[in-house]
Write a new protein. Structure first.
Length: 108
């Protein structure tokens, strides 16, 4: 026979908190069990993952990152190899790029 204890959960959470229930695949549930067994608080991991994804996907948009700045960052992080022959235009000049693409399409 089990002893029942009345627990009032109304005061555990503040009104400003959002509770999110998620469904886990069996392999993810196993990982959660191992993390809990190691004493790692799952809520801390979830909050960190949410913050990281927000910074990666949303924060730049909220801060008003211009597409031209994003393209410039991509070009800086992924430079052309040194042995690649030069193009007939600068890849960061959108007007030159547009003319180049239009010429390529006309040839087809």
């Amino acid at each position: 026979m089990c002893n029942r204890v009345a627990v009032n959960t109304n005061c555990i959470y503040t009104f400003g908190m959002t509770i999110a229930n998620i469904r886990l695949a069996p392999d993810d549930a196993m990982r959660v069990k191992a993390l809990r067994g190691a004493g790692i608080p799952l809520s801390t991991l979830v909050r960190a993952a949410i913050r990281a994804e927000y910074e990666r996907r949303i924060a730049g948009l909220v801060a008003g990152s211009r597409p031209s700045r994003i393209v410039a960052d991509i070009l800086l992080s992924l430079p052309d190899p040194a042995d690649l022959p030069r193009r007939g235009f600068e890849s960061d000049d959108r007007h030159a790029l547009r003319r180049h693409v239009a010429q390529k399409l006309e040839r087809r």
